[in-house]
Design a protein around this ligand. Sequence first.
Ligand SMILES: O=C(O)CNC(=O)[C@H](CS)NC(=O)CCC(=O)C(=O)O
Length: 292
Amino acid sequence: MAGSPGLKPLVAVCQLTSTPDKELNFAACAGLVREAARRGACLVFLPEGFDYIGSNTAETLSLAESLDGDLLGRYAGLARDCGVWLSLGGFHERGRDWPTTQRIYNCHVLLDPAGCRVAAYRKTHLCDVELEGRVTMKESSFTNPGPEIVPPVSTPAGKLGLSICYDLRFPEISLALRRAGAEILTYPSAFTVTTGSAHWEVLLRARAIESQCYVVAAAQTGKNHERRTSYGHSLVVDPWGSVVAQCREGPGLCYAEIDLDYLHRVRREIPVHSHRRPDLYGTVAAAGAPAP
Ligand SMILES: O=C(O)CNC(=O)[C@H](CS)NC(=O)CCC(=O)C(=O)O
């Protein structure tokens, strides 16, 4: 379907309730990816923690694998079987430094339809957040921060910029990806209900409007284990800021056509990118500092 004249590429967004059971999670993901491929999607997005959501730190660490391990091998087979690109947002990766750090990376892997790994972005902003009496997250206690932002990758749907979940709160990364040529930004996520209900959609729409990119956000939803519930609301935003697709409650799929002609029209009409003043943003003195 992708590339056929007159047809716009279709992307699919998977919403999941991952548990600590990797087998069950793989079966759920494979079912959704196969369905998305049957419907003609060329690129399928899975959320952060698509592999599993551990019920405690020890379990999270013990289940982690390397990028060359069995689980990603099976996802590569799935991409090949279905002939789709797969955005695997937020794989729990044991990197080469595992023996010394005993920490993992939160790694967003992009596979092409041959099952080849074409990019791996390791989450750079770690979610250490404490909302008194409601939410405690300390991702840095078991995760190493990624060392770099990864250049956008050409896919049949457009040039894809990779981020993960909490990165969504940092417009710097989305603008850096836009500057590097991104047309689609993606934020695979496992948001909390408390922060998601206040911030999720408004942040995603803001990232789309300011970067003039499509924004694709696959999310965990519902009860992952006894002590963890995720916000859901997987969606796609167009470069004007309209929500063009959204999952309903529970695990499932939503679809969007990516219209790059429309994206370029929005960029022509409001050329914020060429109006930026990078000469100024780094030069503001702190309050109270003496005037030059
Ligand atoms: O740990 C795993 O297994 C999967 N990773 C996560 O769930 C991550 C780190 S704890 N969650 C977030 O970043 C939530 C961000 C969020 O909710 C916000 O920014 O408001």
